[in-house]
Design a protein around this ligand. Structure first.
Ligand code: ATP
Length: 309
């Protein structure tokens, strides 16, 4: 998938702003960003459901939206709402989707049987979809999205309505699909899911603010992340908040996670910045995580926006 300068405006609002993307085949590509950052809007443009205001999209060698019709049979799409028919049984839901995708009656039967087994739904195939648990609905929705063996799967926050164990199982299934050659573009709010992706893009207010492999992204921040355990975390936070070398301070339980503007900061530098009042203060240099990457990327972008042209 190649995307250049993708932009979507809704009236005065720029929901997606000049986004460039390269998604390799058989890759699990993560899309991260806060609410309203433009993830769903981007995904909807990539699968031809929404017309861009500007930009070029090529998906599986086809131009979108011009060749979106030809693309439909080759992609799958699943959202957090799961789009199931509550009044149809598990089997009927899959049969219906297979028919819509143009599978023959024989192929439908074979494929539905295969999916029911693979997604552990064969013992409840007559149950109405509306009566299933969140995790079961999610498995059924995924089975439905791949009933026609798409080469590319778009998943828009597919795990937001399910428990942690279902999320883990779901990711196992995604990797099975990727191993079999399916390209997957998945949006998520969860950093643990982001860490599992082969590559990631961070969106903020419609702008792509960082992209790369999780390791590439976190490696850039080496030497800049610290954890502080203080007697009074609130006081230490106040001292650090206004310090010019400190980019962000977040309290997590009794600890502070501190992100510095530059690397090569020493523990002593940070102790000075936090103030000497607390002798028992412990400061530890820690590995950067993807949340740190996001904070840096969004702050950098905000600073660029503030600078006069
Ligand atoms: N059809 C529409 N008409 C007007 N504004 C829209 C429309 N669709 C989306 N928006 C706006 O575009 C912005 C981006 O929304 P989008 O749903 O793409 O964000 P998101 O990152 O997917 O958020 P979330 O994580 O909450 O799903 C939001 O401000 C939203 O209100």
């Amino acid at each position: 998938m190649h995307v250049r300068g993708l932009t979507k405006r809704f009236g005065a609002l720029v929901a997606v702003n000049g986004v460039n993307l390269e998604v390799p085949r058989a890759c699990v590509y993560g899309f991260l960003g806060p609410n309203g950052s433009g993830k769903s809007t981007t995904i909807r443009m990539l699968c031809g459901l929404l017309t861009p205001s500007e930009g070029d999209i090529e998906v599986l060698g086809l131009r979108v939206p011009e060749q979106a019709e030809a693309l439909k049979r080759r992609i799958g799409y699943m959202t957090q709402k799961f789009s199931l028919f509550d009044d149809l049984s598990v089997r009927q839901n899959l049969e219906f989707l297979a028919t819509v995708q143009g599978l023959s009656r024989q192929d439908t039967r074979t494929r539905v049987d295969e999916l029911l087994k693979r997604y552990h739904l064969d013992d409840r195939q007559e149950q109405l979809a509306g009566t299933m648990s969140g995790g079961q609905k999610q498995r059924l929705a995924l089975a439905g999205a791949i009933v026609h063996k798409p080469e590319l799967l778009f998943l828009d926050e597919p795990t937001s309505a399910v428990d942690p164990e279902s999320r883990r199982d779901f990711w196992e299934k995604l990797f099975e699909l990727a191993d079999a050659g399916t390209t997957i573009l998945v949006s998520t709010h969860y950093m643990d899911e982001a860490e599992r992706c082969h590559r990631l893009a961070f969106l903020d207010s419609g702008n792509l603010v960082a992209d790369g492999t999780p390791k590439e992204l976190t490696d850039k921040l080496r030497g800049r992340t610290f954890v502080i355990r203080a007697q009074s975390p609130r006081q230490a936070k106040q001292a650090l908040d206004g310090h010019p070398d400190v980019l962000s301070v977040a309290q997590i339980g009794n600890e502070l996670r501190v992100l510095m503007r530059k690397d090569k900061v020493t523990v002593d530098d940070l102790r000075n910045a936090a103030g000497h009042a607390d002798d028992a203060m412990e400061i530890e240099s820690v590995s950067p995580n993807l949340e740190d990457v996001f904070v840096v990327a969004t702050r950098k972008h905000a600073q660029r926006e503030e600078q006069p042209a």
